[in-house]
Design a protein around this ligand. Sequence first.
Ligand code: FMN
Length: 342
Amino acid sequence: DQHSHRKDEHVFLAEKFYQAQPDNGLAEVRLIPNNLPEISVAKVNLTSTLAGKKIAAPFFINAMSGGSPETAKLNQKLAVAAAATNIPMATGSQSIALKFPQAAASFKIVRQNLPNGLVIGNIGASHNLADARAAVEMLQADLLEVHLNAAQEIVMAEGDRQFYWEENLQQIISGLSVPVIVKEVGFGISPATLERLQKIGVKNVDLSGHGGTNFAKIENQRRRAKDFSLLNNFGLTTAETLLASQHFANSFSFTASGGIRDALDIVKCLVLGADNVGIAGLFLHTLIKKDVAGLINLIEDLKKQLKSIFALLGCANPTELQQVPYLLSTDLNNFKQQIKFK
Ligand code: FMN
């Protein structure tokens, strides 16, 4: 049907538009060397937290897949890689399975292959508390991501045209039995939005900035006829979302995401204040090109390189990274001066 076809098109187009060099702004952040690190690589501890849960390394597989036979296979492979490397994994939006129960198997396959790991469910903010509970139940999820994706819906030909989400979010936050992560899908959460999320009790935010997977481009390509490419560069970059969120450092635990490509990107996100990093496009690309073994290798390489870079900077853990000094490009510094918090 139309819904499962959409999931397959998202995967196909995300891979078609995949760029090795992302546009996430992190190249405009430079870390300043520490020439007397006084540490050994073996002493580095990568342990961090994700929405209050302890995680062995500061990154995870972000929401992508489920809802069709093809994306069930992807979910199965992603979950096998997550289990082998002990990192958490989010499924794609479970909306389709709430509407059509026969689609639930394509999500449950994640829990079956990741029985003891952290599994993160995913729904949109048009869903109410009952739906959120059903999504968690479906996966025995440890956490639930709720996505705010107005820009994606607007470009999507068959997308939603009304966006009354705050009430749902409030109910889900106060009523759900597992922690909630509020996220974007690659357009970046703004500081004025953070201010409102704080008021309704949200504690965990995935900033999901512009610069990696681009749902304006993906949905525009799916429209075929009527071009709506004018939003292709809409949103805040990953670097910008991190800088803008520093004002709220005491109110939230932040996930950074959007175009993360290597261990240095992860380190820069942690330096800028994130507790962990979500990765979607890079892992999908690696799975498609190099299958599960290649993805497992990449994840293990990321962990090793993280330890090397932590040591280079004289940092024994992610918390110490937040003291690393850095420089911003003129443009990013200008952004930081102009951005408002309300
Ligand atoms: N985010 C969601 O919250 N729900 C989804 O269902 C969802 N589907 C996605 C499908 C694909 C194929 C990809 C690549 C991403 C999807 N995302 C979804 C967005 C990612 O979770 C992430 O926020 C975004 O892609 C930015 O990260 P990236 O640049 O590492 O891909």
